[in-house]
Design a protein around this ligand. Sequence first.
Ligand SMILES: [Zn+2]
Ligand SMILES: [Zn+2]
Length: 271
Amino acid sequence: MTTGERLQFLSIGSGSSGNCYYFGDGKQGILIDAGIAARTIRKALRDIGTDFDRILGVFVSHDHVDHIKSVGTLGEGFHVPVYATSGTHTGIERSWGVTQKLNGSRRYLAAGETTTVGPFSLTPYPVSHDATDCVCFALTYGPYNIMVATDLGCANEAVSDLIRQSNIVVLEANYDATMLQKGPYPYYLKQRIVGDEGHLCNDETGRLLAENWHDGLKHVFLCHLSKDNNKPSLALETVETCLRDAGVAYENGVRIEPLSRNVHTLIEFDD
Ligand SMILES: [Zn+2]
Ligand SMILES: [Zn+2]
């Protein structure tokens, strides 16, 4: 399929203060997660010349509040369809963080089944994380295969397979193991973060990328960095060290970039 348009990726928020990613082509787009204020999302979209009426759907990874805060406003207030698995919809319904509940905007996803909206096709795959239900997404647009995996305690076969099939990967690099260990978090919270249903550390992310690296992989965005237990420079350095240690020749034309927690970052793909 040819779309004739240039693919844009806008990171509007990334991390425990709120997550929201836009993929679009100037005419239309989709959001993955809506964990920040609707007015912030709207402003970010307007800054790149689009608005909610050109958003074909918001696809929700899981029901933690940093991913769902604005789904009610987007869905019921702005009529953006809200796509999630039935488990995640149940979690949204119960969540204290979503004041406006979903009604007519609710749409259902099933693991492994592809949903197509306009030129975008999305397939959710389960990942290990301590939400009601949690998925990563395989997204295709024209020639691009994209994986978005935010919030996962450990990788699984689906995540590895998707990295091997993707040109663009958005993957969590949540924490630096030493910073977390020496940091101020209480013991139970540290145990939760390092557990198999918590988050990926920089080393795990780096090794996962190294194990599944391929020539078609052109853009890697490190997402959901912890404010207290990570730094963008450290995440990048650790991932690059893992790649070098594994003998991966990533320097040649590959972009690896940590996403800011709250500075909007626009990337336009032309390859
Ligand atoms: Zn999160
Ligand atoms: Zn989460």
